[in-house]
Design a protein. Structure first.
Length: 303
C-alpha cells in the first residue's frame, strides 16, 4: 500500500529495528540542486548541508536503529557488458562556473563518504569501485534481518526489485512509502520480476534500449501472460530474446560480484555532529542536533 511519512511497516513489532538504506549519490545530487549555493568562508557547503539535513530528517522520520549508506564509485562495470550504458547522462556542455560547481559537489561528496560519515559514527558505509549504489542497496535489502524493517531511500525505480515483506521503497521527493502489497496490487507481478520488466522495456535514464514499441505496461502484461500471442508486441518480444538477455545483465540487481557485507550497529556521536556542523557553518543543523540530543537523553531517563 502507499503510505505517507510512515515509520512502520506491516509485520513490525516493538522488538524490531529499523534500517534506512540510502542512495547516497542521489541524495548528494538532490542536495546540490537544492542548497548547492551555500558557502562557508568561501568554500562550498551546500551538498554537505543538504545531505546532513536529510540524515536528520530520516532519523526523526523512521526512528531507525541504523543507516546503510551506499555509494557509486568509479566507472560502472556494466559498461563492459554494454558500452552505451548511461551514455546519455551529463552530455550538456558546461561553462567554467558550472564545472567548478560540479567539482565542488564531488569534493563534498568524497568528504562525506571518507571523512564526515565515519567521524559521526556511521559504520555501514558501503562502496566498491565499479559497483553502483543500486547493487549495494539490493544486497543490503537482502541482509536486513527478518524481524527488522528496512527502507530503500531513493527515487530510482530499479530498486523496486528490492521490495520484500520487510523492506519497503521510500521516495523522498513524493514523500511516499511503497510496500510489497502496493507493488503486487499495482503491477500484478513479484518485485523480483522488475528486472525483467526493465530488460524488456528498456531504461531511458540508463540509456538501455528495450524492445521497440514495448513499454513497461506492455512488458508487465507479457510477464502476466496477458498479451495475445499473435499481437505485434508479443512477437517483437519473442524476436528480441538476445537483446533481453543482454539487458537483463544490466537491469538485474545486484550485479554479479557485488560484495556482501555484514550489517553492524552505528555508534552515533552527537558531539561529533555538533562539531562538524559548527566547522562548516551549519548553525541550523546544530540547533536540530541539540534538540535531538535533549530528546535522546529524556527518552533514556524515562526508560
Amino acid at each position: 500500500m502507499i503510505l505517507k511519512r510512515l515509520a512502520k511497516c506491516p509485520g513490525r513489532n516493538d522488538m524490531s529495528n529499523t534500517w534506512v538504506i540510502l542512495d547516497c549519490n542521489y541524495l548528494c545530487y538532490r542536495a546540490f540542486y537544492s542548497t548547492g549555493g551555500l558557502t562557508n568562508d568561501g568554500e562550498g557547503t551546500g551538498t554537505l548541508f543538504g545531505f546532513m539535513r536529510d540524515l536528520l530528517t530520516f532519523q526523526n522520520m523512521f526512528h531507525q536503529a541504523g543507516t546503510i549508506a551506499c555509494w557509486d564509485v568509479g566507472e560502472p562495470l556494466r559498461k563492459h557488458t554494454f558500452p552505451g550504458y548511461k551514455s546519455g547522462r551529463h552530455t550538456k556542455e558546461l561553462d567554467d562556473d558550472e564545472k567548478e560547481a560540479f567539482a565542488g559537489m564531488r569534493r563534498q561528496t568524497r568528504n562525506l563518504r571518507l571523512k564526515i560519515m565515519p567521524s559521526l559514527g556511521y559504520k555501514n558505509i558501503w562502496y566498491k569501485r565499479g559497483y553502483e549504489s543500486d547493487d549495494l542497496m539490493a544486497v543490503a535489502a537482502k541482509q536486513i534481518p527478518t524481524q527488522d524493517i528496512g527502507y530503500l531511500v531513493t527515487c530510482d525505480k530499479d530498486l523496486y526489485s528490492g521490495i520484500c515483506r520487510n523492506v519497503s521503497f521510500y521516495n523522498p521527493i513524493k514523500d511516499i512509502t511503497l510496500d510489497k502489497r502496493w507493488f503486487r496490487r499495482t503491477h500484478g507481478i513479484k518485485p523480483t520480476q522488475w528486472a525483467e520488466v526493465k530488460a524488456i522495456a528498456g531504461c531511458s535514464s540508463d540509456s538501455v534500449p528495450g524492445v521497440k514499441g514495448v513499454g513497461e505496461v506492455t512488458a508487465i502484461k507479457f510477464l502476466r501472460g496477458e498479451l495475445k500471442s499473435n499481437s505485434v508486441a508479443y512477437q517483437s518480444i519473442l524476436a528480441s530474446a538476445d537483446l533481453i538477455k543482454r539487458n537483463l545483465e544490466l537491469t538485474f540487481l545486484p550485479y554479479p560480484g557485488t560484495p556482501v557485507k555484514e550489517i553492524v550497529e552505528d555508534e552515533m556521536d552527537v558531539e561529533a555532529w555538533t562539531k562538524i556542523c559548527e566547522e562548516y557553518g551549519m548553525e541550523s543543523l546544530v540547533q536540530k542536533t541539540r534538540k535531538r540530543k535533549k530528546r535522546t537523553l529524556l527518552e533514556a531517563s524515562e526508560s
